[in-house]
Ligand binder design. Sequence first.
Ligand SMILES: Nc1ncnc2c1ncn2[C@@H]1O[C@H](COP(=O)(O)OP(=O)(O)OP(=O)(O)O)[C@@H](O)[C@H]1O
Ligand SMILES: [Mg+2]
Length: 287
Amino acid sequence: MSVLSTPFDASAGAAAARRAAPAAPSARAAAAAGPALEALGVAKSFLSGAVRVQVLQQLSVAVCPGELTLISGPSGCGKSTLLSLLSGLQSPDAGRVRALGEDLGRMDRRRLERFRLHHTGFVFQGFNLFPALTAVEQVQLPLGYLGLSDRQSEERARQVLDEVGMGHRAESRPAQLSGGEKQRIAIARALAKEPQLLFADEPTSALDADNGQRVVDILHRIARTHGTTVLCVSHDPRLVRHADRVLTMEDGAIRSDWRQPAPESAGPAARRPTVPPSDSDPEDFSR
Ligand SMILES: Nc1ncnc2c1ncn2[C@@H]1O[C@H](COP(=O)(O)OP(=O)(O)OP(=O)(O)O)[C@@H](O)[C@H]1O
Ligand SMILES: [Mg+2]
C-alpha cells in the first residue's frame, strides 16, 4: 500500500490517531471552508544586544489548502521567522495567525501543542534527527504520542520509509546515513502523522543535485496526491518549477506573489492573479 497515495484513514492506526485527536474534525471542516494558513497584520521583533530588530511588520498572507507554496527571498529577510509564526512554533508580537481556521493566539500552550502534534509536520534544513535512534524509531516517535501502539506505529513507519525510498535503511542511525538520506527520514517522520500542514525550511539546501531532486519530487507528490498544504522556504529553482505559488519576501514584507497559471479549462476566478498581501487590510480574511 502506498502511504502517499492511500489515505491513512483506511488503517487501524489512523482510527486510533483520530480517537486521540478530538480537535481534528472541526479543524478539517474549517480548512475546507477557507485558507489553510493566514497571517493577519503580524509583527515580530527580536532583541539583538541592546537593539530591538523589527523582523516582520504588518504582514498579511493567506495560504491556500492543498497547494505547494514557496517563500523565497534574501538571507535575513524573515522567511524562517514567518514559517515559525505560521506553524505556531513562535507567537507574533502583534497580529493574528490562523491555521485550519483556528486562531493559534487563542490557544493555551497545551492546546497549541496538541494542534501542532495532530495537524502539522516540520522538516528542517538540519534534519533534527536523534543520534541514538534508528530510522524506523525516528519515524515511530511522534506516532507514539498520537496514541498508536508500537506495532501500528512500526508498520506505518516502515510504509512511509518505503515511500521515500528509505525502507532498506530502516535500521540505520543518522551517523550511518548521508545528508540526503537523513532528509528523507526527516520527511518520513513529518509525513507519518499525515499532517494537513507540512512546513519545510530550506529542505534541499544541504543536499546534492540527485538528493535535492528526490526531496523536491516527494514534496510535490505530497501536495498533489494527499491534498496536504505544503509551505516551504526555498531558493531551489526545481522547487520553484513545481510550486503552485511563489511568495517573495524582502525586509520582512511580501513583495511579490506569483501563482502558477490555472489551466485554460478553469473559470475566471481561478485565473485571477493573487494580490500582494503585505499592505492590505489586516481584518480582511477573504484572500
Ligand atoms: N531568536 C532570534 N533572536 C534574535 N534575532 C533573531 C532571532 N531569530 C531571527 N532573528 C533575526 O531576524 C532576522 C530574520 O531571521 P530569519 O531567520 O527569519 O531570516 P531568513 O530569511 O530565514 O534568513 P536565511 O535565508 O539566512 O535563513 C535576522 O536578522 C535574524 O538574525
Ligand atoms: Mg531561514
